[in-house]
Design a binder for this molecule. Structure first.
Ligand code: IDP
Ligand code: MG
Length: 151
């Protein structure tokens, strides 16, 4: 068991369908700490770096279009084995294979519109967090608590 950080994206279909709150609540209720959170427009350069492992695959261009067509909600969460845990919360990549009770299993139909992203390894998490967040945009619960106690 390790305390890990991971990058989550609620992709454009989650935003357009009004499911962001519902989806984010699942990570929160699971006990993960939100360290960073923003609504943002992903540039094509960010998208291509983020999905570099898929370059050359037939769906790559569509994937870059998907992630850059609308704003997305990006977040960094932290918790015990958060990388595996958040991917389990998301469910299988293809929603038709995703277990009911997961985000994709509850809200998705097709692999091309599968609502969420979560990093798949510690190395990927570190790389992906750096694509979407500056260090100064990440806060711990202790930051918020200290400010609240100082009131
Ligand atoms: P993951 O998001 O579960 O980690 P990956 O295999 O890393 O899945 O694929 C990244 C994203 O690319 C998927 O979430 C999905 O949006 C898209 N994708 C993967 N395979 C296909 C496909 O066969 N057709 C269309 N889009 C795909
Ligand atoms: Mg992946």
């Amino acid at each position: 068991m390790a305390v890990e950080r991971t990058l989550i994206l609620a992709k454009g279909d989650a935003l357009v369908r009004g499911l962001v709150g519902e989806i984010l609540a699942r990570y929160e209720r699971r006990g993960y700490t939100i360290l960073g959170l923003k609504l943002m427009q992903v540039s094509r350069d960010q998208a291509q770096r983020h999905y570099a492992e898929h370059e050359g695959k037939p769906f790559f261009a569509g994937l870059v279009d998907y992630i850059t067509a609308t704003p997305v909600v990006a977040l960094v969460v932290e918790g015990h084995d958060a990388i595996e845990g958040c991917r389990a919360t998301n469910g299988a990549t293809n929603p038709i294979k995703a277990t009911p009770g997961t985000v994709r299993g509850d809200f998705g139909q097709t692999v091309g519109r599968n609502l969420v992203h979560a990093s798949d390894s510690p190395a990927a998490a570190e790389r992906e967090v750096a694509i979407f967040f500056h260090d100064a945009e990440l806060f711990t619960r202790a930051h918020a608590l200290a400010a609240w106690l100082a009131e």
